[in-house]
Ligand binder design. Structure first.
Ligand SMILES: CSC[C@H]1O[C@H](OP(=O)(O)O)[C@H](O)[C@@H]1O
Ligand SMILES: Nc1ncnc2[nH]cnc12
Length: 287
């Protein structure tokens, strides 16, 4: 099977360079338009699809990012592996601004977003115990150079757009054991799993949120200052990834690409034909 790497670029990462045959393509989905057109092309012989999560010019807030359309659009382009790149705040002294964290767990505190492709008329329950793909995550770890990168970490997804209160920051860090905080990886990771796409998250630390006694409260101008350097390191990681993983793809040994095998609960005769039609790209394999 051919590998197609999708990259979702977060704050500060609105395009990538070096793609052969680069072309911004508009993709329509049954879930509305994605955040922006998608930059397609090849890197080291591997097909790539880059989507700026907030749109070029940072148009969408974390709550208004069209997460379902984004994942559906990448699936329609044949994407098999998604690398999410995001800015985040840190809850750990050792996860310093400028560092990268390869996320392996999430706590989802976002509440004002559509979180599933499924629903009334076609109910599905996928496993999310291990929400990221270990193999793709390892490849991202190995592709990071010139930056301190930490393997594993728990990302707390908050609704935003305001940053956390001091009490929230302390709660997430001291009692919930979160390592970093951001506003976008959920429901993105959930939807990627429903769409049977391997998902890895590269979180780029920009600040210590509000808990740190010597760093004061999180400030957007500090974040923007860090974002520029982070984005260059992220671009370099993306540039090294295709050669590391190659253009041929075996079935995912962790089952990411078969998440829907036993997930759909609704009896075939009770399924809503309109919803089933909307699921053509995401779940066509099993419907
Ligand atoms: C620019 S600070 C807050 C903003 O940045 C992060 O976005 P992304 O995850 O797309 O890199 C964070 O989640 C907030 O949306
Ligand atoms: N402290 C923080 N909280 C939430 N999202 C962020 N993105 C970058 N820093 C953040």
């Amino acid at each position: 099977m051919e590998r197609v790497i999708g990259v979702i670029g977060g704050s500060g990462l609105y395009e990538i360079d070096g793609l052969e045959g680069a072309d911004w393509v508009t993709v329509e989905t049954p879930w509305g338009p994605p955040s922006d057109a998608i930059l397609t092309g090849r890197l080291d012989g591997v097909r790539m699809a880059f989507l700026p999560r907030h749109g070029r010019g940072h148009v969408h807030s974390p709550s208004s990012v069209p997460y379902r359309a984004n994942i559906d659009a990448l699936k329609r382009l044949g994407v098999t592996d998604i690398v999410s790149v995001s800015a985040c705040g840190s809850f750990r002294e050792e996860l310093a601004p400028g560092d990268f964290v390869i996320i392996d767990q999430f706590i989802d505190r976002a509440f004002a977003r559509e979180k599933s492709f499924f629903g009334t008329g076609c109910v599905a329950h996928v496993s999310l115990a291990h929400p990221t793909c270990p193999d793709l995550s390892r490849a991202c770890f190995e592709a990071a150079e010139g930056v301190t990168v930490h393997m594993g970490g728990t990302y707390l997804a908050m609704e935003g757009p305001q940053f956390s209160t001091l009490a929230e920051s302390r709660l997430y860090r001291e009692q919930w054991g979160a390592d970093v905080i951001g506003m976008t990886n959920m429901p993105e990771a959930k939807l990627a799993r429903e769409a049977e796409i391997c998902y890895a998250s590269v979180a780029m630390v920009t600040d210590y949120d509000s808990w740190h006694p010597h760093h004061g409260e999180v400030d957007i101008s500090d974040i923007i200052a860090i974002l520029g350097a982070n984005a260059n390191h992220a671009r370099a990681l993306v540039a090294r990834l295709p050669a590391l993983v190659g253009a041929a793809r075996a079935p995912c040994p962790h089952g990411c690409d078969h998440a829907l095998d036993h997930a759909i609960m609704t009896a075939p005769e009770r399924r809503d034909p309109d919803l089933v039609a909307r699921l053509d790209a995401v779940a066509g394999r099993v419907l």
